[in-house]
Design a protein around this ligand. Structure first.
Ligand SMILES: Nc1ncnc2c1ncn2[C@@H]1O[C@H](COP(=O)(O)OP(=O)(O)OP(=O)(O)O)[C@@H](O)[C@H]1O
Ligand SMILES: [Mg+2]
Length: 288
């Protein structure tokens, strides 16, 4: 399991504390919480493709352990924004910060190492490997093979157990022994989330995790995302078109239209926002 912040408990001595010590600790913790940089921040992030500005001066703050959804009509720039955050695209101008550090110049692999994990609008799995092997490989890639690997995972079985636990988390454990190619589209999307969790990212970018799913499969994905959120150890960025789902799961919602940020607020405020309603074909936000 991902460990929670380790320093705070270690500051507290085992021996009986004086009032001063207690006061000192509470001040220290309060100050650190206040000073903490957001998990992700974009400042004036912009990318042009020829004459088309796909993302236009977008400044957004993603608070740690919060779930912010990005919504907007087709072509609004949602996937492009994810590509800029994960490093697949380099911005024309503007910056990306991870925990307050400027990561704009870093490639996707370096950003993954620092804790940015993303799923794609299209699935990204090894079809001939079993479901369990797909997740095991993700876990394995997280740690270097060799000493570090064996320090971390005492045995191969332990690694497989962990992979199986992740499959349970995405409600896919009964399919563990099947080739990934035999999964339904919805099951593949769940596997993709398990693979992503195997990489143990602090920041999770989910691009349309319900894309192409049948309506019956959607509640399971919602449940999985809610479980990840409830664990309160990852920041989640979610792109989705299913508005009811977005309203249920989001702490905040950012709305893009033609590359520009038109609103960033609570779900309730966003659903009542006139600019947002106008952006959706002038006829209010579509539910479903
Ligand atoms: N590599 C690229 N080259 C040229 N144009 C691009 C590229 N990537 C994205 N675009 C353009 O940027 C704009 C935003 O596309 P993007 O895929 O980010 O939209 P989206 O909000 O994710 O849409 P959807 O809801 O359909 O997934 C579109 O006009 C798209 O054609
Ligand atoms: Mg997209």
């Amino acid at each position: 399991m991902k460990e929670s912040v380790g320093w705070a408990p270690s500051l507290i001595p085992d021996s009986p504390r004086t009032t001063d010590q207690i006061e000192f600790h509470s001040i220290y913790i309060k100050k650190s919480t206040m000073d903490k940089a957001p998990a992700i921040e974009t400042r004036d992030l912009t990318i042009r493709f020829g004459g088309n500005i796909a993302v236009n001066e977008v400044s957004l703050v993603f608070e740690e352990y919060h779930l912010k959804s990005i919504i907007g009509p087709n072509g609004a720039g949602k996937t492009t924004l994810f590509n800029l955050i994960s490093g697949q695209y380099k911005p024309t101008s503007g910056r990306v910060y991870l925990n307050g550090e400027d990561v704009t110049g870093l490639d996707p692999a370096s950003r993954t190492k620092l804790g940015i994990g993303r799923s794609f609008q299209l699935t990204n799995i090894f079809p001939t490997l079993t479901v369990l092997e797909n997740v095991r490989l993700a876990l394995q890639s997280k740690v270097d093979v060799g000493m570090v690997f064996w320090h971390h995972w005492r045995s191969y079985t332990e690694l497989e157990d962990r992979a199986y636990d992740l499959l349970k988390q995405v409600l896919l454990e009964d399919r563990w022994r099947y080739a990934a190619s035999t999964l339904t589209h919805g099951e593949q999307r769940k596997l993709e989330i398990a693979i992503l969790l195997g990489l143990d990212p602090a920041v999770l970018l989910l691009d349309e995790p319900t894309a192409g799913m049948s309506i019956e499969e959607v509640p399971a994905i919602l449940e999985i995302i809610q479980d990840i959120k409830a664990a309160h150890n990852r920041t989640i960025l979610l792109v989705e078109h299913k508005f009811d789902m977005i309203m249920t799961v989001s702490d905040t919602i950012a709305v893009l239209k033609e590359g520009q940020l038109i609103c960033d607020d609570t779900p309730e405020a966003v659903s009542n926002n006139e600019k947002v309603q106008a952006a959706y074909l002038g006829g209010g936000v579509k539910h479903g």
